[in-house]
Design a protein around this ligand. Sequence first.
Ligand SMILES: Cc1cc2nc3c(=O)[nH]c(=O)nc-3n(C[C@H](O)[C@H](O)[C@H](O)COP(=O)(O)OP(=O)(O)OC[C@H]3O[C@@H](n4cnc5c(N)ncnc54)[C@H](O)[C@@H]3O)c2cc1C
Length: 410
Amino acid sequence: MTKYVIIGNGIAGVNAANTIRSEDTKGNIEIYTDEDYLTYARPKLPGYIAGIIKFQDLFIRDEHYYNKEKNIQLHLSNKVIDIHIDEQNIELENGQKVKFDKLLLANGSHSFVPPIKGSDKKNVMTIRSLNDSNQLISLIKNIDNVVVIGGGLLGIEIASSINRRIENVSIIEFFSRLLPRQLDIEGASLLQKVLEQKGINIFLNSSVEEILGNEKVNGVRLKSNEEIPAQCVIISTGVRPNINLAQKCNINCNRGIIVNEYMETNFPNIYACGDIAEFNGRVWGIIPVAFAQSKVAAINMVNDRKIKYEEIVPSNTLKITDIDLTSIGKIHFEKIPNNIVEKRMSDPKNKIYKKIVIENQDDKSILIGAILLGDKTNSMEIQTLIKQKLNVSNFIDEILLPNTDLKKYL
Ligand SMILES: Cc1cc2nc3c(=O)[nH]c(=O)nc-3n(C[C@H](O)[C@H](O)[C@H](O)COP(=O)(O)OP(=O)(O)OC[C@H]3O[C@@H](n4cnc5c(N)ncnc54)[C@H](O)[C@@H]3O)c2cc1C
């Protein structure tokens, strides 16, 4: 009987365990996680902070699923501190060693904290886990102003969640617009207006020189010398894979653990997937990739090299109330190449901005990117057109119309 050991109980770990069980009904599956909770949906944390999502609705799996339904042994609050590759075992913080036949590293990423003076002060935090979110919820009950450093998707979602509980929230963004990777200039400016109308202060082209205060934070000073009061500072400047464990035992790493198309590392029987993994030079840090990679890793752990991972088109959704944003594929060019055409639909009064990016090939036109801000109509259909690289030349002009049903073209 094969013993499968998985490090990490996020979406990649739990989905891998589920897939292994479908492929091998008898094998022994054990998951080790340093967190204290069953698998929960990190994307729901901003809604939980806002008070819109209840604690019990965060969880993806209950105990019954692990124990009874799938016969998976889950070990919560058990940090893995070493992997002894020659002996084929992992070592836990409590000194216990656990043998494996096949090992999956699905131990995710952590929030990156850039070297900002004062970032070690009390009430300076990052939001990655349920524990972080609980801490923030207790803190914001007793304070009046918060600064979020970083105007990416997560920074905006967190700022907007806090803004539902307290009024004075500011976002500090280094770039000249919000969401530089997901929005073009026009879209970013509309989103900025919507957020400002909600009362969120936005500082663009700005970076924090120092986090101020004695033991506790009481503000930030920008490079421009402007000071903004803050009783809590949230740093939201990206994530980094948790590669320390892998590096310690010579598993090849660059930004993440380097994997091939089978999700194999450089050691036999050791696989990696999800936020921790780097495939084709890229680390994604998003759920669809974690989900797809974990399935491939799990199938190959059971049936050696049965399937290959194929890269998926990334899509991002902003989950804040009263504005929908989906951004998918390639959406912005500094200089538009000759074979690329952009089509826009803009309705600022109704806070709508949509754009599609079309690549003209020899005998067809395919969608390679889209921004859908303020209107979700046909969002799934447009994502399918992009993912399946379908020829849109016969209906290009219909794609952004409000009343078109694109289903007929799929
Ligand atoms: C607030 C928030 C909102 C997000 N929203 C979205 C969204 O809307 N859409 C989207 O696509 N993505 C979103 N993401 C990103 C998404 O959550 C990640 O891509 C996803 O969680 C990756 O899953 P994973 O299983 O690879 O890693 P993780 O979820 O990071 O899970 C890894 C687990 O391993 C544990 N671990 C680490 N080291 C060890 C160790 N040594 N021993 C034992 N356990 C260990 C970690 O504590 C963690 O529980 C969001 C992330 C956050 C934080």
